[in-house]
Write a new protein. Sequence first.
Length: 316
Amino acid sequence: MKKLFYLFAIFSLITSCVSKKNQAIKQNILTLRDSYCKAPFQYNYTNRIPSYNSDSILNANKDLKGTFSDQSILILNALDNLDEVHQIIGLKKDSSLASQVKVLQLKTKINSKITIALTELDAVAAEFDCEGERVAQIGNYVDNLNDSRNNKLILYSIVTGAAASIAGGIIKDDAWSNAVDISGGALGAGFGLATLNPKGKKVEFIHQRNLLRDIWNEKLESPNFPPFIWYMYTEKKFSNKEKHSIIGNMKERWLHYQFDDDKDAANRSVIFSDGGYYRADDLHNRAAMLNQMQSATRTINQNINYLLLDLDKLIL
């Protein structure tokens, strides 16, 4: 009997520690529940998206192709700097000091627009990064909750089996001893089977400013993105194969890897809503998607870098 008492005392101590740990986890979840990643000041960008008529733009600026790549010409058009470039080409024919000063003034004007574009890229990438970290943290907390639950169930299973074994040794009546053994074994197996729950616990997670929703819908339905960034995301000339845009390619990968090619399930997913109850798998998927968009946003810097190199060739 004394062995049984010690066993239950140890069991109570362990479950008490697990309970305190769960309380701490739940408090952390409340802290992470609402977004802290959005900027404190919301800039009202103009809703004007640069023209997608890329072929017409390139045909109208054939004289620039000796110095600029097609992508650089389209970026200059998106930044509304084509006029300045044409003026620089005209001024380069005049070697006077006044012309050289004017060229530098025009280049400064172009560089100012490029600097704004680069800071917009950094800001959007930083928000994707922050949101990805927030989701990853709460995903880890849900994993811990699931692990704690499974650990408790395993502990219950072990204690139940041990208690049944001890009780069976104490009880002298064979019929009762067999009954206790069978009941203890069934109860222990039940606790073991309960650990096989594939979905696990849920947690509420809010994201009314949902960066992924506009990407999935391929429509700029909110002030989440500056028009220039959105243009770079959606103009096919800036993707590798030019068959789909950057976000078009991203959607195809999400549909295949995150949603097993089930578009209806993707459209219903909490990931593209204002938020709701998430399971661990959904949180990990959301974190991966945010990180992928952060990387895609940063690759646009390569296009800006090529433009700067082309501008240097023009000025020299």
